[in-house]
Design a protein around this ligand. Structure first.
Ligand SMILES: [Zn+2]
Length: 276
């Protein structure tokens, strides 16, 4: 037998053993994935516990000059991605796990306030993006856009690494990260939502339900509406989220929600203070 045939046979034997030993361990803390004990075993981490993923991506589709100038693109990419990671590292509302993916990054949040923390991170980045980042690179005709999606689901994740090198990558199977990414990519025609149509935050049904069950975390808009609108709606609750029916992606379920909110100058800290 040639050496390469021996090698192939060995790989086959090894992978058959992995296949037989395959196992899923229940986790209730996302930090468990960092446990080195799982690396050499074909063990995935999952279970019934649900986590929340916030996915933020750079929308290049509207900026044609990206293709022409790789250096400019890299510069924007660097600036953009680092800011996402920094927001996801916020001491109060930050994520439990952060990773870079493509042109963007995502964070995974655990605990019973996961949906709210993810949403507040999303609004923080959106506010930063629209008020500080966008104009640094965009011209009026060709402005930068960002894509934001939040999904709640069970996890199925495994750490894969090169033995002894300390270099590991997590592989996220299941819907948690994938659906957050798909939500971020939803294209909604400009509507009557307001002037910030370009950058919307999309949340799945499950994330929305957490707000419905805990209104104080931001189901309705705060004071920022009443000053400009007619007197009649001053005491009326204005919903933050608008329902979108029939997503183009089947995996997103029957509906999802969109919002164009930014942090209100007066009320932002009041919401952050709700996070334990
Ligand atoms: Zn307010």
């Amino acid at each position: 037998m040639t050496k390469i045939q021996e090698y192939i046979n060995e790989l086959k034997e090894k992978s058959d053993k992995r296949f037989d030993d395959f196992d899923i361990i229940e986790i209730d803390n996302i930090n468990s994935i960092l446990d080195k004990a799982y690396i050499d075993k074909p063990t995935w981490l999952g279970g019934d516990k649900e986590f929340v993923c916030l996915f933020i991506d750079l929308d290049k589709s509207s900026k044609k000059s990206f293709k022409k100038h790789p250096k400019t693109m890299a510069k924007i990419y660097d600036y953009f991605t680092q800011n996402i990671v920094d927001v996801l590292n916020h001491p109060t509302i930050g994520a439990d796990y952060i990773d870079i993916k493509g042109d963007g990054a995502f964070g995974v949040f655990g605990g019973d306030q996961a949906s709210f923390k993810a949403f507040y991170c999303a609004i923080t980045f959106k506010t930063l993006f629209e008020e500080k980042i966008k104009n640094k690179f965009g011209t009026e005709e060709e402005s930068l856009g960002c894509k934001i999606g939040i999904h709640k689901d069970k996890v199925l994740v495994r750490r894969i690494g090169k033995r002894g090198e300390g270099n590991y990558n997590e592989v996220w199977a299941g819907k948690l990260v994938n659906n957050a990414s798909k939500l971020a990519s939803q294209k909604i025609e400009p509507s009557n939502l307001g002037v910030f149509d370009q950058n919307l935050i999309f949340v799945s049904d499950k994330v929305y339900k957490d707000f419905e069950d805990n209104e104080e975390f931001g189901l309705y808009r705060c004071c920022d509406v009443s000053s400009e609108e007619s007197v009649s709606i001053i005491n009326q609750k204005v919903p933050v989220f608008t329902r979108v029916e029939e997503p183009s992606e089947e995996t997103l379920g029957d509906c999802f929600y969109k919002t164009d909110v930014r942090w209100c100058n007066k009320c932002a800290d009041k919401y952050i203070d709700l996070i334990r």
